[in-house]
Design a protein around this ligand. Structure first.
Ligand SMILES: Nc1ncnc2c1ncn2[C@@H]1O[C@H](COP(=O)(O)OP(=O)(O)O)[C@@H](O)[C@H]1O
Ligand SMILES: [Mg+2]
Length: 254
């Protein structure tokens, strides 16, 4: 067995007195798609942010590709990583949010080329060629010169996906990528994510799109109040959930 891409054991996180994650165990194997579902406030975004080192775990262990998030092991000791080292590791993880946060003054192509140039030191000409290819991959080859304001929400989100891919991540995290979109624009974004999954990308996707979760997900994890209530094969969790809380939630979103 290879090392899982994401391995969480007993992950806890508190904000002040509020316990947001109460011991999360979760494994995502390389090349798998894990869909995370759960009511608002259940800790899904916080968990994603922990994976991406944007939040520090209080207790438990969280490893990405065999490396502890935020720490370096030396013998039996753990050393907290410096901000620079954290940033270097974060580059391996692409994140796509509900809000696309594209640079408004840059074209689609420039948005995608920006990080490779600025952060990874790729030369601009090469970065632009690669950015063009990535825009093609998300179906926006003909929109390369458009500014975000000239693109629909769905197109902007696809640019955001291309931008994340430009850093050649080994893991992609999606936090409700389609929930800010008009319904008719959701399909194109899900199609891009489906292609990405088919290409073997490891993905953790917070989504309420149960159709997507069923088709593309290898596992579905239902979270509520900071715990994993149930996890398993998508059909089992979505069509015959074992827990009442899962049933109650699904009856609202389906
Ligand atoms: N930085 C923060 N400071 C304080 N409370 C937070 C912070 N981030 C999230 N929370 C709280 O943690 C809980 C879980 O939030 P979140 O992870 O965003 O849930 P979800 O994504 O499932 O809706 C919520 O009660 C939220 O208000
Ligand atoms: Mg959230």
């Amino acid at each position: 067995m290879s090392v899982p891409m994401v391995h969480a054991q007993g992950v806890r996180k508190q904000f002040g007195r509020l316990e947001v994650l109460k011991g999360i165990d979760l494994t995502v194997e390389r090349g798998q798609v894990c869909c995370l579902l759960g009511p608002s406030g259940s800790g899904k975004s916080t968990f994603l942010r922990c994976i991406n080192h944007l939040e520090k775990v209080d207790e438990g262990q969280l490893a990405v590709d065999g490396e502890l998030v935020g720490y370096r092991r030396q013998g039996s000791r753990l050393h907290e990583l410096r901000e620079k080292e954290v940033a270097a590791r974060r580059r391996d993880i692409g994140m796509v949010f509900q809000r696309f946060n594209l640079f408004p003054h840059l074209t689609a192509l420039e948005n995608v080329a920006e990080s490779p140039v600025r952060v990874a030191g790729v030369n601009r000409a090469d970065a632009r060629i690669r950015a063009g290819r990535l825009l093609g991959r998300v179906g926006l080859a003909d929109r390369a010169d458009h500014y975000p304001a000239q693109l629909s929400g769905g197109q902007q989100q696809r640019v955001a996906i291309a931008r994340a891919l430009a850093m050649e991540p080994k893991l992609m995290l999606f936090d409700e990528p389609t929930s800010a979109l008009d319904p008719e624009l959701v399909g194109d974004v899900l199609d891009v994510m489906r292609d990405l999954a088919a290409d073997g990308m490891t993905m953790v996707v917070v989504t309420h799109e149960t159709g997507f979760a069923r088709e593309v997900g290898d596992t579905v994890v239902f979270m509520d109040e900071g715990v994993v209530v149930e996890a398993g094969e998508p059909r089992q969790v979505l069509l015959s959930p074992r827990h009442e809380r899962t049933q109650a939630f699904l009856s609202k979103v389906l």
